[in-house]
Design a protein around this ligand. Sequence first.
Ligand SMILES: Cc1cc2nc3c(=O)[nH]c(=O)nc-3n(C[C@H](O)[C@H](O)[C@H](O)COP(=O)(O)OP(=O)(O)OC[C@H]3O[C@@H](n4cnc5c(N)ncnc54)[C@H](O)[C@@H]3O)c2cc1C
Length: 379
Amino acid sequence: MPNLTDEQAAFAAAIADFCKRESGTREQRDALTDGGADLHSQVLYAKMAELGWTGILVPEEYGGAAAGNVEMCILLEEAMRGMAPIGGIGPTLITAAAYQKFADEQLKKEVLRGVAAGDSLSISMSEPEAGSDVANLSCRAEKVDGGWVINGQKTWCSNAHFARSILLIARTEKTGKKHEGLTQFHIPADTPGLEIKGIDTLGGREVNDLYFTNCEIPDSAVVGEVGNGWDQLMSGLNTERLILAAMQLGVAERSFADTLSFITERKQFGRPIGSFQALRHRMADLATEIECTKLLVYSVAQQADDDPTRLLPREASMAKLKATETSKRMTIDAMQMMGGYGYATEFDAERLMRGAIISTVYGGTNEIQRDIIGKTFGL
Ligand SMILES: Cc1cc2nc3c(=O)[nH]c(=O)nc-3n(C[C@H](O)[C@H](O)[C@H](O)COP(=O)(O)OP(=O)(O)OC[C@H]3O[C@@H](n4cnc5c(N)ncnc54)[C@H](O)[C@@H]3O)c2cc1C
């Protein structure tokens, strides 16, 4: 266990209590999510906003809590462990961090105050031809008098169907070097010329294609500097990796706890199945993996708090890699240990697994994380 202060431990307990009260039962979660089809409940998120949690990293002057990365990880870990259906929180925190660093004062006031009040945000980098090689993107923004005109397609944009606005990374110049000539734009989700279409997935209503057709936006929509989009993106990826890691840590812990209670109760051959060495050892290994993950995630969060200027590419990629591989393994093993019951939608095991298996893909696949870690060793 990482060493939490009394205040941090009380914060963790408050979130756990909130989740139990508001979304602790399957009936409550079904009511909040249209029977599990939605990954995000705005009703629940608004309650968390009232408690000051959605603006966890937002500076106080914009209505936020101005807390650190450790507190952010506590919030995400506990919310996911409590199975609170607030899938919008990850992309929102990732995107808000970019506005906090690069947006002008007027945009900060608008967007960050909204986040503290419970707005969700999306970030859109990926395109059909630009996934892992995201700098290869071609959605273009052309300069016109007083603003920009956007044309092109984006894909896999999480939560755009309920987000207040989207942070778009578009090409503003072709220089022959793919990392140059990219710019970030603030796009309110209801901007004419933007069409948002859901993609059917195993996860439910989560990701979207975005189609921009002569979509006009003002000069004030530029976030940061024209042409500096790639560097701005890179400077935020470490926060993104920490956010995803903390969320998957919570998923793994929930899956472990549910599995433990199932294998303690379920009897075969006249004894609890958890008493068979095959299962006991498997659970021991998983508990060890989860504990390692927890220590790593909180160590990276603490390092980020100790020196906010450090980018921590190796450490943040390790945290994302370790947490997502652990939650994937935990949730798949849970299915095996629960036998046929893990497969039944009556239990949460299959939902936890569907969420965990894709976590090794988004936010930079784990192959790409390994590449980043390898590069930090000069390989
Ligand atoms: C649920 C979900 C949510 C998402 N949310 C967002 C979002 O909000 N915003 C956004 O912009 N994007 C989002 N994405 C996109 C996500 O970041 C990409 O899916 C991811 O980066 C991989 O790109 P790809 O799917 O095109 O796969 P590809 O890049 O085609 O990769 C396919 C396989 O090849 C491997 N591969 C590719 N290149 C290499 C290499 N150089 N070395 C080794 N292996 C390699 C990959 O690791 C992967 O296993 C989301 C995706 C999903 C599935």
